[in-house]
Design a protein around this ligand. Sequence first.
Ligand SMILES: Nc1ncnc2c1ncn2[C@@H]1O[C@H](COP(=O)(O)OP(=O)(O)OP(=O)(O)O)[C@@H](O)[C@H]1O
Ligand SMILES: [Mg+2]
Length: 278
Amino acid sequence: MSTPVLETENLVKVYGSGESRFDALKGLTFEIHDGESLAIVGKSGSGKSTLMHLLALLDAPTAGVVALHGRPVSQLKTKEVSRLRNETFGFVFQQFFLNAHQSVLENVTLPLKISGWSKADRERRGLEVLTQLEMDDKAENKAKDLSGGQKQRVCIARALVNSPAVIFADEPTGNLDSATSEIVEDILFGLHRDHGITLVVVTHDDDLAARCSRRLIMQDGMIVSEEHGVLVDHHVDSTLGTETDTDDDTFDPSQLGLEDQDEIDGADQAEQSEGGRA
Ligand SMILES: Nc1ncnc2c1ncn2[C@@H]1O[C@H](COP(=O)(O)OP(=O)(O)OP(=O)(O)O)[C@@H](O)[C@H]1O
Ligand SMILES: [Mg+2]
């Protein structure tokens, strides 16, 4: 079999020390292969986001190995890790992490700016992905003026702009109503199917997990079971609400070049408290 895109060996993450020590991941070993769609599911606090952040090279393990295309990441220099992360991965988060006051096009092309693309090339490629997501007519709008579903489509455009091998999505539908969730899911699975992008999705949403080709079920920092096979090949209308949990975790947006950028909802609040200048 081909080299996995990502593999882990005895992955351990410990937060804090002494009395406040918390073992968030307790030795996980598994592989993710090219073209898979993998759901990471489990109760709140079971370690899903922690695991995703280690896989996505946004955080380093306390012990154990993460290897990207067969290369253990700990052997790479920080700059190389940042470059690989920017070129190989796209990210979609529940909280969007858009810069509220920049245009849609500027938000989408940020990964290309980090990669050193010229302005003209960035704009051309940015418009291409916005067209793919039927958002090109909003290219010049400020991100803050979009609906929730449109914001998530902009995030997906940003995740796609560098033609990533893997898209990591942490509760991508967590802030969306069920109709909009279905649209976002269809886009993600369309990219998976048509462009062979590997999907790694952290979710509380059973329907979303069921559409993935594999599910890792986590409990207390361990993978307690694993399921294979797509359980539904289209979205079934569901009255189940998605559990939303807005607790902060270890993710630091500055690692994706998002420093100085307000999380969009936070930025909206700040604007209101300034007296809502238009
Ligand atoms: N920076 C941190 N310092 C201390 N403990 C942390 C830190 N980040 C996470 N944890 C703890 O690690 C555990 C796993 O957290 P994680 O965010 O991975 O859970 P999760 O499965 O993603 O939960 P949710 O579904 O609520 O998002 C939790 O008990 C959490 O409190
Ligand atoms: Mg989480």
